[in-house]
Design a binder for this molecule. Sequence first.
Ligand code: GLA
Length: 389
Amino acid sequence: MTLKDLAAHVAAEFEKHFGRAPRWIGAAPGRVNVIGEHTDYNDGFVLPMAIERYAVMAADSASVPGKITVHDVHFKETATIEISGAVTKGQPKWSNYIRGVLAGFQNRGVKLPALDIAFMSTVPLGGGLSSSAALEVCTATLIETVTGKIDPVEKALLAQKAEHEFAGVPCGIMDQFISALGREGHLLLLDCRTRKTELVPMSDPTVELLVINTNVKHELGSGEYAKRRAECEEAARIVGVHSLRDATPEQLEKAKGKMSEVVYRRARHVIGEIERTLHAAEAIRESNWPTAGQLMYASHYALRDDYEVSCKELDVVVEIAEDIGYKGGIYGCRMTGGGFGGCCVALVKASAAESITKKIAADYKAKTGIEAAIFASRPAAGATVVKAG
Ligand code: GLA
């Protein structure tokens, strides 16, 4: 569904539920990370793009003061959020992403208006495509439309803080940044230390990115994510650098004897991945797809073997991609996002995208018994105000 169609649908649902037309509509996309995995919280580089899947909110002022009511169009569930005091965590669980953002605006001194909101998202849940960042950035986009614009970098940071404090996931800055700052036709090369961004054009019509959802739910709240973060911090401490961004492969080798084998492998992934990301951005700028593809495979192997955040189903997808190979139109493939399930991303020849989709779907089903969901996406725009009131 295009953003325009989705916004029209949510507006119609708002009208059905609340009995009048919405005054404001805000949207924010999910993302797929092309390369640069588990580098953001190590001050490294990431190279994500926004996808044509969005969280959308349609809203109007509410007649009852002191409350924001959010109706989830898809799950037919309504959250009522008290806003007269400080916004707190509450039920249903998904409302915490919204609550966290509302609390962030309160911390900035914004007096929240009472609102009725209809909400819907086409970002698959638990697919590693940042459905939570899309919801957070969408909420922030709606609130700033009603109460006054904020800087997009501040908005991304506010959304990240919501994820930390209200969802309990100590994520880096990638997901909220790309959702807030993505640009159509471009990948975003983000330096997570300086927060400097560079838009890398990706409009060559001969290539496409396929997102392959293993339909194995990924769950970052389980503690493995936080564990990886701690292991990286430990490695940096032992090497004697502020973060792994500052460590060279030589420094790591020198310090190898002072750390556990696991911590060493975690650091080897991160240091290698930061290098691969810069290299891939260069290859993409030059439309050197074979090189970009090889770097994607290398990223996957390191995530699988050194960082240990892959899973059987993600590995199966990458093996199928390798079997199809360059001759069959695949340049590269890797798991994307936090890991432990979720999606792979494949860089493919556009002319072969359809046959590749069919082949991956059939082979994945045969090998795992699970139906994959596969779609192509062009790099989409970041957060959008569809209706400004
Ligand atoms: C999750 C986090 C991001 C990033 C990725 C791994 O998506 O939210 O900040 O750390 O995992 O690259």
